[in-house]
Design a protein around this ligand. Sequence first.
Ligand code: GDP
Length: 424
Amino acid sequence: MVRAIVGANWGDEGKGKITDMLAKESDVVIRYQGGSNAGHTIINHYGKFALHLLPSGVFYGHTTNIIGNGVALNIPYLAEEIDSLEKRGVPKPKVYVSDRAQVMMPYHMLMDAYEEERLGGKSFGSTKSGIAPFYSDKYAKTGFQVSELFYPDPLWEKVKATCEYKNVLLEHLYHKPLLVAEELYATLLSYRDMVAPYVQDVSAFLHGAIKEGKEILLEGQLGALKDPDHGIYPMVTSSSTLAAFGAIGAGLPPYEIKSITAVVKAYSSAVGAGAFVTEIFGEEAAELRNRGGDGGEYGATTGRPRRMGWFDAVASRYGCRIQGATEAALTVLDVLGYLDELPVCVGYEVDGEVTGEFPTTGKLMLAKPVYAMLPGWKCEIRGIREYGKLPENCRRYIEFIERELEVPIRLVSNGPGRDEIIVR
Ligand code: GDP
C-alpha cells in the first residue's frame, strides 16, 4: 500500500517524527519533491538528527530510501548526509536515487543568494538552497537530469551552452564572477562519481514493489500552504508540496496512494515572508516560540526564529482538503499547557464579511482572524499514552479542531520523542 505523510500548514508541523514512526513499518520511504531547503527532525536511539535530503527510513535496515525524480538533488549534500549518519553510528542505509532526478547545480545556489541580494528588503526569505533557480531551469528545460551525467560528450556541449547563457545574467544582472565551463564540467563529473552507486530506475522499482504488496511511504516536505498552485503564491516554494504530486515526483500511479496523513500543528508557525493571519508578536510570540517544538521554534536549516501564531482552522481545513487528507495527526500539543485560554481562528473577516474559505493571496492579505476562545488545561500532558487520560479541556481543544478540520484526528503527538504519541 502507498501512503503519504504531508503537511497541512506552512511546514515544520512535525512531519519528521510521524514519518519516522511510520517509516518503521515501511519497506520503502520516498522523498518526492523539494530539496535540502527544509529539515525533518528525528530523535531515536542513535541521537537527534536533522535530515534535509534523505528520507526518514534511513535509520532502519529493512527500508529502501528513495530520492524521487521530483526532488532537487544536491549531490555533494546527499553524499555528506549519508557520511554524517555513518559517522554517528547509523549502519549504511540503502539509498536509491532516481535516474530522472535533476541535479542541483552550484550556480543555482549562487543565483538564489544573488537574487535575494538583488531584491534586498523585498526578498522571499529564501533558504538560499538554490530551489527556485533549480525548478525554474527544470521547467524551462535547461536543467540536468542525473542520467545526463553519464554521457560525457553531450554533457560537455550542454555545459558550454549553459555557461554562455548563465554568464549573461551573472555579468549584467548580478555583476558577479562568471562561470568557467571546464570547471563546471569537472564538477559534474565528480557529482557523477558520487551519485553513481545510488542511481536506479526508481519508477520501475516501485512498479515491482507495489506488485509485491510492499508498504510504501511518500514523505512530503513543507506544507500545503507553500504549494506553488494552492498555497500563498508567490510566497511559496517551487515544487508541489501536495500528496497528489507524490505520484509524479516518485513515478507511481496516483490511484495507488490509499492513505494520506496530514500533519497539523496545534498552533501555527511559519518561516519566510507572506500573509499569516493568526500571527502574534512581541512577548506573546516569544513565549510560544521558546516553548514550542523541541527546544524552541527555530528553523532546522537556517536557525532563523519562526513566525508564530494561534491555531488557524480556516487555513488548516483548507490544507487538509487540498492534501486530500484521509486522517490528521495533531502535533506539539504538549506545548500549549501553559495557556489560560487558547484562541482558535474559526473565520477570516475580509471587508466586514466573515468567511471560512481560504482565499487567494490578495484577499488573504486583508483578512483579520475571528477567534473562538477555548479554556486551557494548565498542566503537563507529556507522558500520557491514552486519549481518555488527557485533561478534559485538552480533549475539548482536540475535538473542536477535529470538527473544524472535517478530518478525523487519529494521532495526537504530545512530545518530540518517537513514542510520545496517542493513537485514537
Ligand atoms: P517537520 O519539518 O514537519 O518534520 O518539522 P520539524 O522537524 O521542524 O519539527 C518541529 C519540531 O517539533 C522538531 O524539533 C520536533 O522534534 C518537534 N516535535 C515534533 N512533534 C512534537 C511534539 O508533539 N511535541 C513537541 N514538544 N515537539 C515536537
